[in-house]
Design a protein. Structure first.
Length: 233
């Protein structure tokens, strides 16, 4: 098992991805913290701003709930519920309004039938099953003699579904932010100067998804490198 976790490919593929992920996480936290201390002129809370965005986009009957944690905000299409964290729900800061509007943007995507999010939602069950089976099959396949490479290949194929899911997530997240900024501007929830801050918050958040996708791709490339070297040996 040691060769899998500590061979040279770990340092070539995984370490750079981890460093980028750490940078992205630090960036979003620092940017959110910065604009959490800047109050908006109109004084709408995150929840109130999200409701305005929903009305703007025609996504009616969407519910809200408070949840714990920080940057745990999300939209659940199965319950048609936007969950906003404590630092976002009742805050009137630029960061809170931007994050809440982004989650409302996801609800608007579903309400308007945005195609990429429909595809992503459709493959979720397959990806969940595949991601649970992928690594066990890969590890078992690497332990077995090379003639059982079909086990490794099956594991890599299942892992590839997670990579596809990550790639599909990027346009979905960028589009939700674009809708949020457009709504915040057209409904005059934020001033032009405040919009600049909201864009920075959402751009930093988007980088975490880019970093996650990069990590998934690098992990896949590492698996392909390991199996390729195994066949040559």
């Amino acid at each position: 098992m040691g060769f899998y976790f500590f061979d040279y490919t770990y340092f070539v593929y995984i370490i750079p991805a981890l460093l980028i992920s750490l940078w992205a996480q630090a960036k979003v936290k620092s940017t959110f913290h910065k604009y959490s201390s800047v109050k908006t002129t109109r004084g709408l809370t995150g929840q109130e701003a999200a409701r305005r965005v929903l009305d703007w986009g025609g996504a009616y009957n969407v519910g809200f709930q408070r949840i714990g944690g920080s940057l745990t905000d999300n939209y659940n299409p199965s319950t048609n519920m936007i969950s906003l964290s404590e630092p976002v729900y009742g805050s009137t800061s630029i960061a809170s309004v931007g994050v809440a509007a982004h989650e409302a943007g996801h609800a608007v995507q579903y309400a308007t039938g945005y195609f990429p999010i429909r595809i992503r939602a459709a493959i979720v069950p397959v990806v969940q099953i595949g991601s649970g089976l992928a690594m066990p099959l890969i590890i078992i396949g690497l332990i077995l003699p090379v003639q059982y490479d079909f086990v490794v290949n099956l594991g890599i194929l299942l892992y590839s579904l997670s990579v596809v899911f990550s790639l599909l997530t990027l346009p979905v997240e960028f589009n939700a932010s674009r809708r949020a900024i457009q709504a915040l501007s057209e409904t005059n929830i934020l001033t032009q100067e405040e919009l600049s801050g909201a864009k920075k918050v959402l751009s930093a958040a988007a980088m975490t998804y880019v970093a996650s996708t990069f990590t998934a791709i690098m992990s896949l490339l590492r698996l392909l490198a390991i199996t390729g070297r195994r066949r040559r040996d």
